[in-house]
Design a protein around this ligand. Structure first.
Ligand SMILES: CCCCCCCCCCC/C=C/C(=O)SCCNC(=O)CCNC(=O)[C@H](O)C(C)(C)COP(=O)(O)OP(=O)(O)OC[C@H]1O[C@@H](n2cnc3c(N)ncnc32)[C@H](O)[C@@H]1OP(=O)(O)O
Ligand SMILES: NC(=O)C1=CN([C@@H]2O[C@H](COP(=O)(O)OP(=O)(O)OC[C@H]3O[C@@H](n4cnc5c(N)ncnc54)[C@H](OP(=O)(O)O)[C@@H]3O)[C@@H](O)[C@H]2O)C=CC1
Length: 271
Protein backbone atom coordinates (compact mmCIF):
# COMPACT_ATOMS: atom_id res chain seq x y z
CA UNK A 1 0.00 0.00 0.00
CA UNK A 2 1.25 3.52 -0.75
CA UNK A 3 2.01 5.54 2.38
CA UNK A 4 0.91 9.15 2.25
CA UNK A 5 3.30 11.36 4.20
CA UNK A 6 2.07 14.04 6.59
CA UNK A 7 3.15 17.68 6.17
CA UNK A 8 6.54 18.69 7.54
CA UNK A 9 6.68 18.14 11.26
CA UNK A 10 9.81 19.12 13.12
CA UNK A 11 8.47 18.52 16.64
CA UNK A 12 11.25 17.60 19.05
CA UNK A 13 13.95 18.60 16.57
CA UNK A 14 16.49 21.42 16.74
CA UNK A 15 17.73 23.65 13.94
CA UNK A 16 20.36 26.35 13.61
CA UNK A 17 19.62 28.98 10.96
CA UNK A 18 22.39 31.45 10.10
CA UNK A 19 21.23 34.86 8.96
CA UNK A 20 17.98 34.07 10.75
CA UNK A 21 17.38 37.68 11.76
CA UNK A 22 16.04 38.81 8.41
CA UNK A 23 14.67 37.92 4.99
CA UNK A 24 14.79 34.31 3.89
CA UNK A 25 16.55 33.13 7.07
CA UNK A 26 13.80 34.53 9.28
CA UNK A 27 11.11 32.88 7.14
CA UNK A 28 12.91 29.52 7.24
CA UNK A 29 13.32 29.77 11.02
CA UNK A 30 9.61 30.56 11.44
CA UNK A 31 8.57 27.77 9.07
CA UNK A 32 10.65 25.35 11.17
CA UNK A 33 8.96 26.66 14.32
CA UNK A 34 5.51 26.26 12.73
CA UNK A 35 6.46 22.60 12.28
CA UNK A 36 7.12 22.40 16.03
CA UNK A 37 10.92 22.53 16.00
CA UNK A 38 13.18 24.46 18.38
CA UNK A 39 15.35 26.98 16.58
CA UNK A 40 18.53 28.98 17.14
CA UNK A 41 18.99 31.98 14.86
CA UNK A 42 22.52 33.25 14.27
CA UNK A 43 23.78 36.60 12.99
CA UNK A 44 25.64 39.73 13.98
CA UNK A 45 22.75 42.08 14.86
CA UNK A 46 21.18 41.04 18.15
CA UNK A 47 18.00 43.13 17.77
CA UNK A 48 16.77 41.47 14.59
CA UNK A 49 17.68 38.01 15.90
CA UNK A 50 15.67 38.61 19.05
CA UNK A 51 12.74 39.71 16.95
CA UNK A 52 12.82 36.42 15.02
CA UNK A 53 13.17 34.41 18.22
CA UNK A 54 10.19 36.23 19.72
CA UNK A 55 8.08 35.47 16.65
CA UNK A 56 9.13 31.80 16.70
CA UNK A 57 8.22 31.42 20.37
CA UNK A 58 4.60 32.25 19.49
CA UNK A 59 4.44 28.75 17.98
CA UNK A 60 5.23 27.24 21.38
CA UNK A 61 8.80 26.23 20.60
CA UNK A 62 12.08 27.10 22.25
CA UNK A 63 13.85 29.81 20.26
CA UNK A 64 17.18 31.51 20.84
CA UNK A 65 18.96 34.51 19.34
CA UNK A 66 22.70 33.84 19.17
CA UNK A 67 25.03 36.65 18.16
CA UNK A 68 27.95 35.22 16.20
CA UNK A 69 29.90 36.17 13.10
CA UNK A 70 30.11 33.06 10.90
CA UNK A 71 33.60 34.16 9.81
CA UNK A 72 34.90 33.35 13.30
CA UNK A 73 35.52 29.59 13.24
CA UNK A 74 36.22 29.31 16.98
CA UNK A 75 33.07 31.22 17.93
CA UNK A 76 31.01 29.10 15.53
CA UNK A 77 32.43 25.88 16.96
CA UNK A 78 31.72 26.95 20.55
CA UNK A 79 28.17 28.04 19.67
CA UNK A 80 27.28 24.84 17.84
CA UNK A 81 28.70 22.65 20.63
CA UNK A 82 26.77 24.64 23.23
CA UNK A 83 23.48 24.39 21.31
CA UNK A 84 23.90 20.64 20.82
CA UNK A 85 24.67 20.20 24.53
CA UNK A 86 21.75 22.41 25.67
CA UNK A 87 19.20 20.63 23.52
CA UNK A 88 20.80 17.19 23.57
CA UNK A 89 20.61 17.04 19.77
CA UNK A 90 21.07 18.94 16.52
CA UNK A 91 18.92 17.96 13.57
CA UNK A 92 19.30 20.70 10.99
CA UNK A 93 21.63 23.47 9.91
CA UNK A 94 20.61 26.11 7.38
CA UNK A 95 23.59 28.04 5.99
CA UNK A 96 21.76 31.16 4.87
CA UNK A 97 24.02 34.03 6.03
CA UNK A 98 25.47 36.02 3.15
CA UNK A 99 26.96 39.32 2.15
CA UNK A 100 26.68 40.79 -1.31
CA UNK A 101 27.08 43.92 -3.39
CA UNK A 102 27.52 44.57 -7.08
CA UNK A 103 31.03 45.38 -8.27
CA UNK A 104 32.91 45.03 -11.52
CA UNK A 105 35.66 42.49 -10.88
CA UNK A 106 38.42 44.93 -11.75
CA UNK A 107 37.11 47.43 -9.17
CA UNK A 108 36.72 44.90 -6.34
CA UNK A 109 39.32 45.30 -3.57
CA UNK A 110 40.92 42.26 -1.92
CA UNK A 111 39.03 43.29 1.23
CA UNK A 112 35.71 43.26 -0.63
CA UNK A 113 36.48 39.83 -2.09
CA UNK A 114 37.45 38.50 1.35
CA UNK A 115 34.37 39.89 3.09
CA UNK A 116 31.97 38.02 0.82
CA UNK A 117 33.99 34.82 0.39
CA UNK A 118 34.61 34.63 4.15
CA UNK A 119 30.92 34.94 4.99
CA UNK A 120 29.52 32.73 2.24
CA UNK A 121 32.13 30.04 1.62
CA UNK A 122 34.25 29.91 4.77
CA UNK A 123 31.31 30.63 7.08
CA UNK A 124 29.34 27.80 5.50
CA UNK A 125 32.24 25.41 6.02
CA UNK A 126 32.84 26.44 9.64
CA UNK A 127 29.15 25.95 10.51
CA UNK A 128 28.86 22.69 8.58
CA UNK A 129 32.08 21.29 10.03
CA UNK A 130 30.91 22.02 13.59
CA UNK A 131 27.30 20.86 13.12
CA UNK A 132 28.24 17.88 10.93
CA UNK A 133 30.26 16.30 13.74
CA UNK A 134 27.19 16.21 16.00
CA UNK A 135 24.97 14.95 13.19
CA UNK A 136 27.42 12.20 12.21
CA UNK A 137 27.74 11.11 15.84
CA UNK A 138 23.93 10.86 16.05
CA UNK A 139 23.62 9.21 12.62
CA UNK A 140 21.06 11.75 11.40
CA UNK A 141 20.82 15.33 10.23
CA UNK A 142 20.17 17.69 7.36
CA UNK A 143 22.28 20.58 6.11
CA UNK A 144 20.73 23.08 3.73
CA UNK A 145 22.91 25.62 1.93
CA UNK A 146 21.27 28.66 0.37
CA UNK A 147 23.00 29.53 -2.90
CA UNK A 148 22.07 31.36 -6.12
CA UNK A 149 21.97 30.11 -9.71
CA UNK A 150 25.06 32.10 -10.68
CA UNK A 151 26.91 29.42 -8.68
CA UNK A 152 26.75 27.37 -11.89
CA UNK A 153 26.20 29.94 -14.69
CA UNK A 154 28.10 32.97 -13.30
CA UNK A 155 26.92 36.56 -13.54
CA UNK A 156 28.83 39.78 -14.35
CA UNK A 157 29.23 42.06 -11.33
CA UNK A 158 29.09 39.26 -8.77
CA UNK A 159 32.47 37.54 -9.04
CA UNK A 160 32.94 37.33 -5.24
CA UNK A 161 29.45 35.98 -4.53
CA UNK A 162 29.30 33.69 -7.58
CA UNK A 163 32.69 32.16 -6.77
CA UNK A 164 31.70 31.68 -3.13
CA UNK A 165 28.30 30.17 -3.95
CA UNK A 166 29.96 27.94 -6.57
CA UNK A 167 32.30 26.73 -3.84
CA UNK A 168 29.34 26.04 -1.58
CA UNK A 169 27.72 23.98 -4.35
CA UNK A 170 30.89 21.88 -4.72
CA UNK A 171 31.08 21.55 -0.93
CA UNK A 172 27.47 20.38 -0.84
CA UNK A 173 27.99 17.62 -3.39
CA UNK A 174 31.24 16.50 -1.79
CA UNK A 175 29.82 16.27 1.72
CA UNK A 176 26.59 14.70 0.49
CA UNK A 177 28.59 11.78 -0.90
CA UNK A 178 30.93 11.68 2.11
CA UNK A 179 28.11 11.64 4.68
CA UNK A 180 25.20 9.87 2.92
CA UNK A 181 26.08 6.48 4.41
CA UNK A 182 26.04 8.00 7.89
CA UNK A 183 22.55 9.49 7.82
CA UNK A 184 23.42 13.10 7.06
CA UNK A 185 21.93 14.78 3.98
CA UNK A 186 23.39 17.94 2.43
CA UNK A 187 21.45 19.93 -0.16
CA UNK A 188 21.21 23.38 -1.73
CA UNK A 189 18.29 25.72 -2.18
CA UNK A 190 18.67 28.29 -4.94
CA UNK A 191 16.13 31.11 -4.69
CA UNK A 192 15.56 33.60 -7.48
CA UNK A 193 14.92 37.29 -6.84
CA UNK A 194 13.27 37.42 -3.43
CA UNK A 195 11.76 40.49 -1.77
CA UNK A 196 14.14 41.11 1.13
CA UNK A 197 15.63 44.32 2.47
CA UNK A 198 19.15 42.96 2.23
CA UNK A 199 18.92 41.90 -1.40
CA UNK A 200 16.98 45.01 -2.39
CA UNK A 201 19.63 47.28 -0.92
CA UNK A 202 22.53 45.27 -2.33
CA UNK A 203 21.23 44.26 -5.75
CA UNK A 204 18.24 46.36 -6.88
CA UNK A 205 18.56 49.66 -5.01
CA UNK A 206 16.74 51.72 -7.69
CA UNK A 207 13.41 51.27 -9.47
CA UNK A 208 15.25 50.92 -12.74
CA UNK A 209 17.48 48.11 -11.40
CA UNK A 210 14.45 46.40 -9.91
CA UNK A 211 12.61 46.51 -13.24
CA UNK A 212 15.63 45.03 -14.99
CA UNK A 213 15.73 42.13 -12.54
CA UNK A 214 11.99 41.62 -12.88
CA UNK A 215 12.28 41.54 -16.67
CA UNK A 216 14.69 38.61 -16.35
CA UNK A 217 12.14 36.34 -14.65
CA UNK A 218 9.87 34.30 -16.95
CA UNK A 219 7.31 33.99 -14.15
CA UNK A 220 7.08 37.79 -14.18
CA UNK A 221 7.34 38.33 -10.44
CA UNK A 222 9.67 38.29 -7.47
CA UNK A 223 9.16 35.59 -4.88
CA UNK A 224 8.69 35.99 -1.13
CA UNK A 225 10.78 34.63 1.75
CA UNK A 226 7.76 32.60 2.86
CA UNK A 227 7.44 30.90 -0.53
CA UNK A 228 11.15 30.04 -0.47
CA UNK A 229 10.81 28.72 3.09
CA UNK A 230 8.27 26.10 1.98
CA UNK A 231 10.90 24.54 -0.29
CA UNK A 232 13.42 24.70 2.54
CA UNK A 233 10.98 22.86 4.80
CA UNK A 234 10.63 20.12 2.20
CA UNK A 235 14.38 19.58 1.94
CA UNK A 236 14.84 19.62 5.71
CA UNK A 237 12.08 17.07 6.30
CA UNK A 238 13.66 13.63 6.44
CA UNK A 239 10.31 11.91 5.90
CA UNK A 240 9.61 13.67 2.62
CA UNK A 241 13.13 14.29 1.33
CA UNK A 242 15.01 11.49 3.09
CA UNK A 243 16.43 10.17 -0.18
CA UNK A 244 17.40 13.59 -1.54
CA UNK A 245 21.03 14.53 -1.06
CA UNK A 246 23.65 16.47 -2.98
CA UNK A 247 21.02 18.23 -5.05
CA UNK A 248 19.84 21.79 -5.73
CA UNK A 249 16.21 22.84 -5.57
CA UNK A 250 15.86 25.97 -7.70
CA UNK A 251 13.00 28.27 -6.76
CA UNK A 252 13.41 31.10 -9.24
CA UNK A 253 10.36 31.39 -11.50
CA UNK A 254 12.54 30.12 -14.35
CA UNK A 255 14.99 33.00 -14.10
CA UNK A 256 18.16 31.10 -14.82
CA UNK A 257 16.64 29.50 -17.92
CA UNK A 258 16.26 32.97 -19.43
CA UNK A 259 13.55 34.96 -21.15
CA UNK A 260 12.21 34.23 -24.62
CA UNK A 261 14.14 35.67 -27.54
CA UNK A 262 11.88 34.58 -30.44
CA UNK A 263 8.49 34.93 -28.74
CA UNK A 264 7.03 37.25 -26.16
CA UNK A 265 7.37 34.44 -23.65
CA UNK A 266 3.64 33.96 -23.16
CA UNK A 267 3.12 31.24 -25.81
CA UNK A 268 5.15 28.58 -27.55
CA UNK A 269 4.67 29.66 -31.18
CA UNK A 270 6.21 32.43 -33.29
CA UNK A 271 6.30 35.99 -32.06
C1 LIG B 1 23.66 41.95 -10.16
C2 LIG B 1 22.96 40.72 -9.78
C3 LIG B 1 21.51 40.79 -10.10
C4 LIG B 1 21.09 39.48 -10.62
C5 LIG B 1 19.66 39.28 -10.49
C6 LIG B 1 19.25 38.88 -9.11
C7 LIG B 1 19.25 37.40 -8.94
C8 LIG B 1 19.25 37.07 -7.52
C9 LIG B 1 20.57 36.51 -7.12
C10 LIG B 1 21.01 37.11 -5.83
C11 LIG B 1 21.87 36.15 -5.11
C12 LIG B 1 22.37 36.58 -3.80
C13 LIG B 1 21.78 37.51 -3.06
C14 LIG B 1 22.32 37.90 -1.75
O1 LIG B 1 23.31 37.43 -1.25
S1 LIG B 1 21.41 39.05 -0.95
C15 LIG B 1 22.14 39.25 0.64
C16 LIG B 1 22.50 40.63 0.79
N1 LIG B 1 22.68 40.91 2.19
C17 LIG B 1 23.77 41.48 2.65
O2 LIG B 1 24.71 41.78 1.92
C18 LIG B 1 23.76 41.74 4.12
C19 LIG B 1 25.11 41.59 4.75
N2 LIG B 1 26.09 42.47 4.12
C20 LIG B 1 27.15 42.99 4.75
O3 LIG B 1 27.37 42.72 5.90
C21 LIG B 1 28.08 43.89 3.99
O4 LIG B 1 27.44 44.33 2.82
C22 LIG B 1 29.41 43.22 3.59
C23 LIG B 1 29.22 42.02 2.68
C24 LIG B 1 30.28 44.26 2.86
C25 LIG B 1 30.18 42.73 4.81
O5 LIG B 1 30.18 43.67 5.85
P1 LIG B 1 31.55 44.02 6.67
O6 LIG B 1 31.13 45.00 7.72
O7 LIG B 1 32.26 42.84 7.08
O8 LIG B 1 32.41 44.70 5.58
P2 LIG B 1 32.98 46.18 5.39
O9 LIG B 1 31.89 47.16 5.30
O10 LIG B 1 34.03 46.38 6.41
O11 LIG B 1 33.64 46.03 3.96
C26 LIG B 1 34.58 45.00 3.68
C27 LIG B 1 35.22 45.27 2.35
O12 LIG B 1 34.20 45.23 1.32
C28 LIG B 1 34.22 46.47 0.60
N3 LIG B 1 32.85 46.82 0.20
C29 LIG B 1 31.78 46.88 1.00
N4 LIG B 1 30.70 47.27 0.32
C30 LIG B 1 31.11 47.48 -0.95
C31 LIG B 1 30.46 47.92 -2.15
N5 LIG B 1 29.16 48.21 -2.17
N6 LIG B 1 31.18 48.03 -3.28
C32 LIG B 1 32.52 47.74 -3.29
N7 LIG B 1 33.21 47.30 -2.17
C33 LIG B 1 32.50 47.19 -1.03
C34 LIG B 1 34.77 47.47 1.60
O13 LIG B 1 35.31 48.58 0.94
C35 LIG B 1 35.85 46.65 2.29
O14 LIG B 1 36.95 46.51 1.46
P3 LIG B 1 38.39 47.18 1.87
O15 LIG B 1 38.81 46.44 3.09
O16 LIG B 1 39.22 46.91 0.69
O17 LIG B 1 38.09 48.62 2.11
N1 LIG C 1 17.01 37.75 -1.79
C1 LIG C 1 17.38 37.22 -2.94
O1 LIG C 1 16.95 37.66 -4.02
C2 LIG C 1 18.28 36.04 -2.96
C3 LIG C 1 18.95 35.62 -1.84
N2 LIG C 1 19.76 34.51 -1.93
C4 LIG C 1 20.43 34.03 -0.75
O2 LIG C 1 19.50 33.91 0.30
C5 LIG C 1 20.14 34.10 1.55
C6 LIG C 1 19.41 35.13 2.37
O3 LIG C 1 19.40 36.36 1.68
P1 LIG C 1 18.38 37.54 2.05
O4 LIG C 1 17.41 37.06 3.04
O5 LIG C 1 17.90 38.09 0.77
O6 LIG C 1 19.38 38.62 2.64
P2 LIG C 1 19.53 39.31 4.06
O7 LIG C 1 20.50 40.40 3.87
O8 LIG C 1 18.20 39.61 4.65
O9 LIG C 1 20.14 38.14 4.93
C7 LIG C 1 21.48 37.94 5.12
C8 LIG C 1 21.65 37.54 6.56
O10 LIG C 1 22.98 37.11 6.77
C9 LIG C 1 23.41 37.61 8.02
N3 LIG C 1 24.86 37.75 7.98
C10 LIG C 1 25.58 38.49 7.10
N4 LIG C 1 26.87 38.41 7.39
C11 LIG C 1 26.96 37.59 8.48
C12 LIG C 1 28.05 37.13 9.25
N5 LIG C 1 29.30 37.48 8.96
N6 LIG C 1 27.80 36.31 10.30
C13 LIG C 1 26.53 35.95 10.61
N7 LIG C 1 25.46 36.36 9.90
C14 LIG C 1 25.68 37.18 8.86
C15 LIG C 1 22.71 38.95 8.18
O11 LIG C 1 22.54 39.29 9.55
P3 LIG C 1 23.51 40.31 10.31
O12 LIG C 1 23.71 41.48 9.41
O13 LIG C 1 22.78 40.59 11.57
O14 LIG C 1 24.76 39.56 10.55
C16 LIG C 1 21.37 38.68 7.53
O15 LIG C 1 20.42 38.28 8.49
C17 LIG C 1 21.58 34.46 1.23
O16 LIG C 1 22.38 33.32 1.27
C18 LIG C 1 21.49 34.97 -0.19
O17 LIG C 1 22.70 34.87 -0.87
C19 LIG C 1 19.92 33.81 -3.07
C20 LIG C 1 19.29 34.20 -4.20
C21 LIG C 1 18.42 35.35 -4.24
Amino acid sequence: MTAVTAPADFAGQVAIVTGGGSGIGRAVALRWAVGGGDVVVVGRRTGSLEETAGLAERYGVRAEAAACDVRDADAVGALVDRVAADHGRLDALVNNAAGNFVSAAEDLSPGGWRAVVDIVLNGTFYCTHAAGRHMLAAGRGAVLNVIASYAWHGHPGTVHSAAAKGGVLAMTRTLAAEWAGRGVRVNCLSPGPTETEGAGAALWPTDEARQRVLASVPAGRFTTPEEVAESAAFLLDGRRAGYVTGDVLTVDGGQWLGRAVYTDGTRGGGA
